[in-house]
Design a protein around this ligand. Structure first.
Ligand code: GLA
Length: 434
């Protein structure tokens, strides 16, 4: 009987909490930082392009600016190296080594420098024999590479999946590296691309992936274009039933880097990328040139209201709730019973369009009963006042732009109304003591 009771409790718990946490305690909220790939790619030409090539100087400069220009204060913490940092060969003891001309001081010195600024250092490797750009991969050296990263003081590993061999090797390699990182005893956040490489063959097992990774890429590399950003948003919406439930503190879906502040997105499209990454509880890893970013993009990336939503402690990923008349409506549940909404205008012809939003039609309509406070955050901050279920908000949204707002239950009024209602009920109850 007791046994049945215990197993019943275990089963119920497993049903309520089907997600197992990677036990490194990291990424309780989505990771924030800077990652070189989209903007700097595999530029190894330090002779002709010393300012933009992949070298220790690039990360030191980014670290300096992250402290000086408010990025660190806003929450951006990880300075991350991507592909193309390695020398062509391992050293005589099979250890990885950085390219000696581009990283003359070595990674440990670079990590010390980044740590001295109160920031963290991320590095890149690959589960297979070669990285995507053709440098030595980790296959066959998982333990040694994990120890090397820990010795150097690395804080994050982006583990790519090029050249993986068989599917078994891919899956086992990702799991092995997760255990190897844990075994070093150093806190190393583990960023995977495991599902991205599985999708061409079969649907990944996300419960499994979450047990080993702190975040995971699902879909194509982001490019500096609206087409690319849109395709990532659409992929996410069309797979939301599968991938949203698995996201939460300790493990996140990674839609790839923010390309805000580069060349390809209009202002409204930058607003849309930021809004959607915030709603999707995505890691906020910027890939841009912080040394020359324009002030407007900087303000958008450092917006504290947006960062607070992205980093909300409830840790629930948002989802698309409707697609109507070329408007996509997304919602994200937040702590304290609040919600964030994003309405994206998908029409790319004509001018700004109005979207009439009747609060009573939202799945989370109860937040506005009896009253709620609505605050618009994008494209500009605006208090939209106290609203109720009969309110129709008239949102004006530019082509490929987004309006993002939060809705907070008006607690005082709700409590008062509940009290009144209880009192009426009590007075009406025949055997009431009153
Ligand atoms: C893959 C990854 C990218 C980047 C490159 C580096 O394409 O998905 O994010 O790391 O490799 O070669």
């Amino acid at each position: 009987m007791v046994k049945i009771g215990v197993s019943l409790v275990v089963t119920i718990c497993a049903l309520i909490y089907p997600v197992h946490l990677l036990d490194n305690g990291l990424a309780q909220t989505p990771t924030m930082g800077w990652l070189h790939w989209e903007r700097f790619m595999c530029n190894v030409d330090c002779v002709n392009d010393p300012h933009n090539c992949i070298s220790e100087q690039l990360y030191m400069q980014m670290a300096d600016i992250m402290v000086q220009e408010g990025w660190k204060e806003a929450g951006y913490e990880y300075v991350c190296i991507d592909d193309c940092w390695l020398a062509d060969e391992r050293d005589s003891e099979d250890r990885l080594q950085p390219d000696p001309t581009r990283f003359p001081s070595g990674i440990k010195k670079l990590a010390d420098y980044v740590h001295s600024k109160g920031l963290k250092l991320g590095i890149y490797q690959d589960v297979g024999n070669l990285t995507c750009a053709g440098y030595p991969g980790s296959h066959g050296y998982y333990d040694l590479d994990a120890e090397t990263f820990a010795d150097w003081g690395v804080d994050l590993l982006k583990f790519d999946g090029c050249n993986f061999g068989t599917l078994d090797m891919l899956v086992e390699g990702y799991k092995y590296m997760s255990r190897a990182l844990n075994a070093t005893g150093r806190n190393i956040l583990y960023s995977c691309e495991w599902p991205l490489y599985l999708w061409p063959f079969h649907q990944p097992n996300y419960t499994d992936i979450r047990q080993y990774c702190n975040h995971w890429r699902n879909y194509d590399d982001v490019y500096d274009s609206w087409q690319s950003v849109k395709s990532i948003i659409d992929w996410t919406a069309s797979h939301q039933n599968l991938i949203v439930p698995v996201a939460g503190p300790g493990g996140w879906n990674d839609p790839d880097m923010l390309v805000i502040g580069n060349f390809g997105l209009s202002w409204d499209q930058q607003v849309s990328q930021m809004a959607m990454w915030v709603i999707m509880a995505a890691p906020l890893l910027m890939s841009n040139d912080l040394r020359s970013i324009d002030p407007k993009s900087k303000m958008l990336l450092q917006n504290k209201h947006l960062i607070a939503i992205n980093q909300d402690p409830l840790g629930r990923q948002g989802y698309r709730i409707s697609r109507v008349n070329s408007f996509d409506v997304w919602e994200r549940p937040l702590s304290g019973g609040r919600y964030a909404f994003a309405v994206l205008n998908r029409q790319e012809i004509g001018g700004p369009r109005q979207f009439p939003l009747l609060l009573a039609t939202l799945p989370s309509w109860k937040t506005c009963h009896p009253e709620c406070s609505v605050t618009q955050i994008l494209p500009s901050y605006q208090d939209l006042g106290v609203q109720n279920l009969l309110s129709a908000l008239k949102l004006t949204i530019n082509p490929s732009g987004t309006v993002l707002f939060t809705v907070t239950l008006n607690e005082g009024l709700a409590a008062e109304q509940k009290w009144n209602w209880n009192m009426t009920k009590k007075q009406k109850t025949p055997n009431s003591v009153f």
